[in-house]
Design a protein around this ligand. Structure first.
Ligand code: ADP
Length: 744
């Protein structure tokens, strides 16, 4: 190789080496740069880590401080908690799941009186054993092992019932144990000694109060008797005095004595009833009774207070509803008396309407009865509708009272209705009127009364002339329900337009005005109507008959009586239609069917009445009450005489005083009933006359065979009503026509 080549090769080698060097330097530089960056990152990381470590260090020390504080606070809280637990008078203990005591306060351990064995670490069973062995608790007659077993069974049950134990110290402790989380049990031993003593005192006070209440009832019973006996004289004599010739002033005095006496009696009855209900001593005595009749009796009693008023009283008894039910007739009558009495009292103008509808009880318990008493009176403000059912509550307060009353009537009524499992409510609008509703479900009693009278075929129309809208409507409905044509008109003029003709029967309201002085019956007769007239009278019915009416019914009259009268007169109307001629004279004439006309029948004998009464004055009062009646009256002075009089000649009706010497009224009743059973003699209706107004007496008397209880003072109206109702068909009517109204 020549030199230039060598040089060239050397130069190339040098150049290559220089390039390689450059490359390596570049790589080195790059590696250095990366190293520096890495070193920087590393140092950053170190700085960061150091900072974090610092923060962590700070935090740890904070946490430690807090932990220390918390621990201190926990200790304080625990100390306070235990201090609190220690200060409470009641025992407190905690048990773990294995029934070992964890902690207990001093009160819990107090009964154990420093016994070291009892404290944290003792088991529940061991503690009970100590209780028994040391006689700490009264085992109430249990054997020790049985007592412990019972206590353990209670403690281990799912739901631990509270239990009261008595300690030897006389303390009463109520144990209340509750299972907590993890099986722990917290036990409280509450000292209820004061409560137990207080309860015992309360029981004693209650017993004393009950004794006082019994004494009060007895006092009320006696007081009622004591007040009623003299009141018998006052009201009875005032009643009789009113029937004598008096001048106007004297009459006012007598009426005042009578009404004040009666008001006083109502008051006594209300107070007595209420105290009876309060003492829950009132029981119902269900018996078969006639609801329609009961309503009529109540309405009849109300009539005197309506005599001079502008208010009509009517009954709308659903014609398809039974009338005989099983219930406490006396109490049903009392409910009605309160409701109808209020309606009459609070109504100055318009009407009081008792409506009865019903339907068979879907549950098969008899009949659901809806009874409503509707009036057009002063009404009741809505905010008072509930209030008035409370005791002594009235719409008017005592400063502005214009109506009399105790405010007890509705309270008693509501309780009676509830006692019968019924409901009572009121709808009312001030100034428009009120409607009190009662719903009752009563079993239907067998109807042993004769079937309703049938109206004979051939009666063309029943013309009803009645000025009172409600009563006209009701009569028309009853007639139409029989399938007859009814024409109801409000006046005599309208009746004339309906042109009564042979075959028609006229039902005439006695209060209709003819425009002249003459009565409506006379007016109709003068107008040429010769068919039968049934007069519905509010006043003395005698006048109606004298005027030419064919029958007279006192209003309100029962559906049965109304239908019977229609059937009776219908015979004549039908006869007239057939012959189209006037039958002429009525009195004493016989109808085509051969039945005597009303008033023409001559009954065979006078009704026989026996009155047993030992007190001479009372016999005198009774005698005067019935003086005007066509009856055959016998007095007995004691029960013995009453039984003898019955055996000698069975009366149709007996009035029986209860407290009598020798044989009292209940025993005499029993003897009469037994004699009637043994001999087949007729068993008379026996009405008790008693001065004992407490309800229990009446109930007891009814249970002992008396049919009704009249309390003294005897009311003429009730006695006459009783006599009129009990009169058998074969007797002469005991009440002369004019007395019928007196009886109302
Ligand atoms: P009393 O009638 O003796 O005051 P009640 O308990 O029978 O007591 O009635 C309470 C009150 O309810 C009555 O005072 C009266 O304010 C009101 N009240 C009851 N019935 C009626 C009625 N039909 N119309 C208007 N207010 C009535």
């Amino acid at each position: 190789m020549n030199e230039p080549d060598l040089l060239a090769r050397e130069r190339r080698a040098r150049l290559a080496a220089e390039r390689l060097l450059d490359l390596k330097q570049a790589e080195l530089h790059d590696a250095n740069r990366r190293l520096a960056a890495h070193a920087r990152a590393l140092s950053d990381e170190i700085v960061e880590t150091r900072e974090e470590t610092e923060t962590l260090k700070e935090r740890t020390s904070d946490a430690l401080v807090r932990l220390e504080t918390a621990t201190a606070q926990t200790l304080i809280a625990e100390r306070r908690l235990w201090q609190s637990v220690e200060t409470i008078r009641d025992g407190f203990a905690v048990w773990d799941a294995s029934e070992v005591m964890v902690a207990a306060n001093a009160a819990y351990l107090e009964p154990f009186d420093g016994m070291e064995a009892v404290g944290p670490g003792i088991s529940y069973a061991e503690m009970l054993r100590i209780v028994v062995d040391e006689g700490i608790a009264d085992l109430e007659g249990s054997l020790p092992d049985a007592w412990i077993a019972g206590m353990l069974a209670r403690w281990r049950g799912d739901q631990i019932a509270d239990r009261v134990i008595r300690l030897w110290s006389g303390k009463s402790i109520q144990l209340t144990d509750r299972r907590g989380e993890g099986g722990d049990t917290v036990s409280l031993a509450l000292d209820i000694t004061d409560r137990v003593r207080y309860e015992a005192e309360l029981k004693e006070a209650h017993r004393k109060a009950e004794a006082a209440s019994r004494a009060k009832s007895a006092f009320l019973a006696n007081m009622s008797h004591e007040i009623r006996t003299p009141m018998n004289g006052v009201v009875g004599m005032a009643d009789l005095l009113a029937d004598t010739a008096l001048d106007e002033e004297q009459r006012l005095f007598v009426e005042t004595i009578k009404t004040s006496g009666e008001a006083l009696l109502t008051l006594i009855n209300d107070v007595l009833d209420y105290s009876k209900i309060e003492a829950e001593k009132l029981t119902l005595h269900p018996d078969p009774f006639d609801l329609e009749r009961a309503i009529h009796e109540v309405m009849l009693l109300m009539r005197p207070s309506l005599r001079d008023s502008d208010v009509s009283l009517a009954l709308d008894y659903d014609i398809f509803m039974p009338t005989r039910f099983i219930g406490d007739a006396g109490r049903v009558r009392q409910i009605l008396t309160n409701l109808v009495g209020n309606a009459v009292k609070f109504t100055r103008k318009g009407h009081v309407l008792v409506r009865v509808v019903g339907f068979p009880d879907p549950a098969g318990n008899g009949q659901c009865i809806r009874l409503s008493v509707e009036d057009t009176g002063v009404g009741i403000p809505p905010d008072m509708a509930e209030h008035i059912f409370g005791e002594f509550n009235q719409v008017e307060d005592e400063r502005n009272r214009s109506f009399e009353g105790t405010g007890l009537g509705l309270a008693i009524t509501q309780r009676l209705v509830r006692l019968m499992r019924g409901d009572i409510w009121v709808d009312s609008e001030p100034g428009v009127g009120s409607c009190f509703g009662v719903s009752l479900t009563l079993p239907v009693a067998e109807d042993d009364s004769p079937p309703l009278a049938q109206i004979p075929e051939g009666v063309s129309r029943i013309l009803i002339a009645d000025a009172q809208d409600t009563s006209r409507l009701i009569l028309a409905r009853q007639v139409e329900a029989l399938g007859l044509a009814a024409v109801a008109v409000p006046s005599l003029a309208a009746l004339a337009q309906a042109a009564p003709a042979p075959g028609d029967l006229v039902v005439l309201d006695g209060g209709l005005s003819s425009g002249a002085e003459e009565s409506p019956v006379r007016h109709l007769r003068k107008a040429g109507f010769s068919g039968p007239i049934l007069l519905m009278a509010d006043t003395a019915p005698g006048a109606g008959l004298a005027d030419g009416a064919d029958a007279v019914l006192a209003r309100p009259c029962r559906r049965r009586e109304f239908l019977a009268a229609l059937a009776d007169l219908g015979q004549r109307a039908a006869g007239q239609a057939a012959t189209a001629c006037d039958t002429g004279a009525r009195k004493g004439a016989r109808t085509d069917a051969g039945t005597p006309e009303p008033g023409a029948l001559a009954p065979m004998r006078a009704m026989r009445i026996l009155a047993a009464e030992d007190n001479r004055t009372n016999r005198l009062v009774f005698g005067k009450i019935v003086k005007a009646l066509d009856i055959d009256l016998t007095f007995a002075e004691n029960g013995q005489q009453a039984v003898e009089a019955y055996m000698a000649c069975p009366p149709d009706l007996v009035f029986m005083d209860i407290s009598m010497p020798l044989v009292d009224g209940t025993e005499a009743t029993r003897l009469i009933r037994a004699h009637a059973r043994d001999t087949g003699l007729p068993a008379p209706r026996i009405v008790a006359m008693t001065a004992h107004a407490m309800d229990g007496d009446a109930e007891a008397l009814l249970a002992r065979g008396l049919d009704r209880v009249l309390t003294k003072p005897l009311r003429k109206a009730l006695i006459l009503e009783e006599i009129a109702n009990a009169c058998p068909a074969e007797c002469r009517p005991p009440l002369p026509a004019a007395e019928t109204t007196a009886a109302e």
